[in-house]
Design a protein around this ligand. Structure first.
Ligand SMILES: [Zn+2]
Length: 230
């Protein structure tokens, strides 16, 4: 094979380890994929996280067909393929059933933009996508319909879980981690207000202008900036 994507395989293996260590997945659930030339690499179906290796990552085309791999690909492969095929800017996709985000997905409520960190990362609430059953590309269609043109890089698929996207698999993983963090803090704030009987102190959404300023600053200014050429 002319290119077995060894660098991408190594990176994808490490990101799966980070996904597991972050506590966003249990058993063999959840998956990450990374776009590569001619398609994408994705976690094999049903393998436990400690069993994953670089070579176990399955190479698929943009229709979800396996091009190379010892194992069957993730059962969510069709959804990943649909996203790559229809969102050319996406280079990585992460899927989880992380608990707090799933709680919002179960009741079909978006995660409200009540904290600056949510404005920074998502530029507003984290939206809910349609309910879709596994088996064809309907999950992928729901993800694309919800996230195309949206600032949020994560969607809560109704009564299912999180799909997060990014320019590569690492940034998609960041969105999945931040989504769970946002869900947890929002859930605790709502619970705290209820516990204290603060009927009029429920977490309030940040004003649109504040969200816009925070989002633009975080997306464009935050961090170390471009590294000087050496
Ligand atoms: Zn799922």
């Amino acid at each position: 094979m002319p290119n077995n994507f060894s660098e991408a395989r190594f990176s994808l293996l490490n990101l799966h380890q980070q996904l597991f260590d972050a506590g966003l997945v249990v058993w063999s659930g959840g998956n990450i994929s990374q776009r590569v030339e001619g398609g994408f690499l994705i976690k094999p179906s049903g393998l436990m996280y400690p069993e994953l290796t670089q070579d176990s990552m399955v190479y698929c085309d943009l229709d979800g067909n396996v091009l190379d791999g010892e194992f069957a690909p993730s059962s969510d492969t069709a959804a990943h393929a649909y996203v790559y095929k229809n969102m050319s800017e996406v280079g990585g996709v992460v899927h989880t059933h992380s608990n707090y985000a799933c709680a919002f997905a179960a009741v079909k409520k978006p995660i409200p933009c009540v904290l600056t960190a949510i404005a920074d990362e998502f530029g507003g609430e984290i939206p809910v996508g349609p309910f879709a059953e596994i088996g064809d590309d309907s999950i992928g269609r729901g993800v694309v319909q919800t996230l195309a043109g949206h600032r949020s890089k994560a969607v809560l698929m109704a009564q299912h879980g999180v799909f997060a996207i990014g320019q590569d698999a690492k940034s998609a993983l960041k969105a999945a981690v931040m989504c769970e963090d946002a869900a947890k803090s929002s859930f605790l704030a709502i619970q705290l207000a209820n516990t204290l009987g603060m009927r009029f102190a429920r977490p309030k959404k940040l004003p649109r202008g504040v969200i816009d300023r925070l989002f633009n600053r975080y997306q464009n200014v935050y961090g170390q900036g471009p590294k000087p050429l050496t």
